[in-house]
Design a binder for this molecule. Structure first.
Ligand code: PNS
Length: 162
């Protein structure tokens, strides 16, 4: 069984991520969407919240597991008996960083392959950070995230004002 891991911060999940999830789930027998805990990054949503939101948005897929981990990606892959990592590429600027990570992971474990999918051009310019930023200034984010995510993002903004 070909198991693939889609790692990321997903703070929060966007239609760009969901596009990669949908396409990767058709290629691999099982896709694990893994929220990575990163102590160096401040996030709007807790790890648990991000996992729950991804579960909600992917509940109609039957070969997807949603999980979280702390530590090295290659150790997590071994633990899950996965050999492939999938990443989305939006713009050229993503390439350099992703290339570096793919080479580093290959060096740490030569059995791991990283595959890249070009993001649907509808979503090539969006990121979780930008969605949060424009929402903070009152812009509509319907085009970029499912309704449940929109509600949670707006809820966080309201909570921040209390
Ligand atoms: O969504 P992001 O923040 O761009 O995802 C980056 C992420 C979490 C996939 C990357 O930082 C990662 O794989 N972290 C796990 C720790 C690790 O294995 N680091 C070494 C390779 S960079």
């Amino acid at each position: 069984m070909k198991v693939c891991v889609y790692p990321g911060s997903f703070d929060p999940i966007t239609y760009g991520h969901l596009d990669i999830i949908e396409r990767a789930s058709k290629i691999f027998d099982k896709l694990i969407v893994a929220v990575v805990c990163n102590p160096n990054k401040t996030s709007a949503f807790t790890l648990e919240e991000r996992v729950e939101l991804i579960k909600e948005c992917t509940k109609d897929f039957n070969n997807i597991e949603v999980d979280s981990f702390c530590g090295l990606l290659i150790d997590y892959l071994r633990q899950k008996e996965a050999t492939v990592v999938v990443k989305g590429l939006r713009v050229i600027a993503d390439f350099e960083y992703e290339f570096q990570m793919a080479l580093l992971n290959k060096n740490l474990d030569p059995d791991i392959e990283t595959v890249f999918m070009m993001t649907n051009n509808k979503y090539s310019y969006i990121s979780s950070s930008m969605v949060k930023e424009i929402a903070r200034f009152g812009a509509n984010i319907d085009e970029f995230v499912p309704i449940i995510i929109k509600q949670k993002v707006l809820g966080k903004l309201t909570a921040g004002k209390e």
